[in-house]
Design a binder for this molecule. Structure first.
Ligand SMILES: [Zn+2]
Length: 376
């Protein structure tokens, strides 16, 4: 709404006074009944919204409109805060898997908070290889109806204490510092302690150990770093080789055959066992006809995409902002004659990669190859 501050204030006052005068005029009985009626309408409306959300997700409309995830769509497009989006999505899951819970939500014996709490529990248990049948889920839900969040927490902790403890907490404690709380098992603790001992000359605390591990992993994994000169103050051999690759990419592709990094080795193998004696151009031509991508080209695709999913909604022109789970894909599929060359390669997040695959090959064919259902 675009109106100046004066108008806004005026309209807020009018709105407020309208509601105030409405509630003030009611008799005690009417106030009692109307409040209850509106709370019921509120529950019904939430269920209507969840039903619409289910259909949006099933049509993958959020992906088509350029959102990288359903959660992101709920927050940015629907203006829910993270907690509300989370509760809506988890309740959507629970009501999809156990439709009987819709009635409990309608009656208020389950709330969005408790429903999402229960769904979280089922999902975490499933990750720990403890799956519940629909009947078992229904039995547990019935037991937890009309209980408070705290009571449910206690009941679920009795069934599986590790599930409740698994929650990670992250919050700001100053402008630039965050506090991360997570539960680790003794095995991991001992490994961290051992690594701290082995690297005690530079790592004094667990924070130092984690930071050096993260730096090392990023310097190995981030393709953008392989193209840039300055990353931090350290100059590792990996960064040096990245710089060389930028200057002499074809030469390095050959040299990397002898590199001791496993991932580099496998990538080179994937390019089709090229002969060392071949010229760079003949390698390039041969690789275009192979599904596999030369390391130097992979890095160029990442740079071209700026390490971000390249999906753009043709209607809103909204580009997916995902920097997670990115994969290099052929724009024209390899199976349909698309070449493995820079101009036919792009970077997509898992969800947009799936969307592209469904649009090319059809849902039925795709579903056979996926472990995770397409509805996610
Ligand atoms: Zn994406």
């Amino acid at each position: 709404m675009n109106f100046d501050v004066g108008d806004k204030k005026q309209s807020e006052v009018e709105n407020k006074s309208r509601f105030l005068s409405l509630s003030k005029q009611l008799s005690d009985q009417k106030l009692w009944d109307l409040t209850k009626e509106k709370a019921q309408q509120e529950r019904n409306l939430a269920l209507e919204v969840i039903d619409l959300l289910r259909e949006v997700r099933s049509r993958r409309l959020h992906l088509k409109r350029g959102y990288s995830s359903f959660h992101q769509y709920c927050v940015q497009e629907l203006k829910y805060d993270d907690g509300e989006a989370h509760r809506k999505i988890k309740t959507l899951e629970l009501t999809t898997q156990v439709p009987e819970t819709i009635k409990s939500l309608e009656e208020g014996s389950l709330t969005l908070t408790t429903a999402s709490q229960i769904q979280n529990f089922f999902e975490t248990q499933s990750k720990n290889n403890k799956s519940y049948s629909k009947i078992e889920k229904l039995e547990l839900v019935s037991k937890l109806e009309n209980q408070s969040k705290r009571q449910i927490e206690k009941t679920l902790a009795t069934i599986a204490p590790e599930v409740i403890q698994a929650t990670e907490k992250l919050r700001y404690v100053s402008e630039t510092n965050l506090k991360l709380e997570l539960i680790i098992d003794e095995k991991l603790y001992k490994k961290l302690e051992r690594l701290r001992e082995l690297t005690s000359h530079k790592n004094k605390s667990f924070k130092d150990v984690i930071e050096s591990l993260v730096d090392e992993a990023i310097s190995k994994k981030d393709p953008l770093l392989k193209q840039t000169k300055n990353y931090g103050s350290k100059s590792s051999s990996l960064e040096k080789s990245s710089l060389q690759e930028k200057a002499f990419p074809e030469k390095l592709d050959g040299l990397k055959k002898t590199a001791n990094s496993k991932s580099q080795e496998s990538e080179i193998k994937e390019t089709g066992e090229l002969e060392e004696t071949q010229s760079p151009r003949s390698k390039q031509i041969q690789s275009e006809k192979s599904r596999y991508i030369l390391v130097s080209i992979k890095n160029q695709v990442w740079v071209k995409a700026n390490s971000q999913c390249t999906y753009i909604d043709p209607i809103t022109k909204n580009r997916c902002s995902s920097k997670n789970y990115l994969q290099i894909e052929h724009i024209k599929p390899f199976s349909q004659g698309g070449l493995t060359e820079l101009s036919n390669l792009t970077l997509l997040c898992t969800n947009h990669n799936r969307l592209a695959a469904i649009e090319t090959f059809g849902k039925e064919k795709m579903e056979k190859y996926l472990k995770i259902p397409l509805s996610n």
